[in-house]
Write a protein that binds this ligand. Structure first.
Ligand code: ADP
Ligand code: MG
Length: 230
């Protein structure tokens, strides 16, 4: 099954007041099948985050097509995009994007606050996600008392709590030391083996080598797309 498909995607940033516009993506075309583990690589400024934000329905594009699970994202209203984001996509960011003064379990339950899940079920599902990421013992701690690696585990628990079809991670190891970064990539590998499709943005070759496929961007264009031999 095809999870997502982009075709001739183009994104231009237009400054609000003067200055030059930036073409951040141009003619980007690829598709991702269910169960893939993909790295999006490229130097700083090559368009990786822009692409990930579009894939995550956080931003719109200027030209081309994006189909997620067969759905034409250009035809979706902002409200529909918000629902897709909440139900189908788990996001993991370099800076964790957690609520620091809230507890671990509160942060993991957060995606379910918007869809009327009974509290008991929210708690049960969050506890399962915390078990899977190996941090059940931290559930009542405030996030700002945790190490970077623990915080990234919380954000992965939050990303998987609703069993999304796709996890998108933007430089998930960028704020971590290399040993902790490897632990996080191992954890994503295990989630991928359980069937979750994962796309990781990184500029780090060692991190990308955990993935089965490497798509490389330069100046907003795909310059290579290589799948490992089995
Ligand atoms: P990467 O994540 O690979 O470092 P980005 O997607 O962040 O690359 O940026 C791609 C290009 O778009 C860069 O030239 C960057 O300066 C520009 N850019 C990114 N975000 C914005 C923005 N919000 N407004 C204007 N230009 C932007
Ligand atoms: Mg970036």
């Amino acid at each position: 099954m095809t999870v997502l498909e982009v075709e001739n995607l183009k994104k231009i940033y237009r400054p609000r007041f003067g200055g030059n516009q930036v073409q951040a993506l141009s003619k980007v075309t690829f598709s991702v099948e269910e169960g893939e583990y993909v790295a999006i690589m490229g130097p700083s400024g090559s368009g990786k985050s822009t692409l990930l934000h579009i894939l995550g329905a956080l931003d719109r594009y200027d030209e081309g097509d994006y189909f997620l699970d067969g759905q034409d994202m250009n035809q979706c209203s902002d409200k529909e995009l918000a629902k897709i984001r909440n139900d189908s996509i788990g996001l993991v960011m370099q800076d964790f994007a957690l609520l620091g003064d809230k507890t671990v379990i509160f942060n993991v339950m957060l995606p379910m606050f918007f869809d009327h899940t009974p509290f008991k079920d929210m708690k049960r599902l969050a506890e399962i996600a915390l078990q899977e990421t190996g941090i059940s013992n931290l559930k009542n701690k405030k996030v700002n008392q945790l190490s970077g690696g623990q915080k990234q585990r919380v954000s992965i628990a939050r990303a998987i709590v609703k069993r999304p079809m796709l996890i998108l991670a933007d430089e998930p190891t960028g704020a971590l030391d290399s040993k902790t970064g490897i632990e996080i990539m191992d954890m994503l590998s295990n989630l991928n083996k359980e069937g979750i499709t994962i796309i990781v943005v990184t500029h780090d070759r060692d991190i990308a080598s955990f993935c089965h496929r490497q798509i490389t961007l330069a100046d907003g264009k795909v310059i290579s797309d290589i799948t490992d031999d089995e």
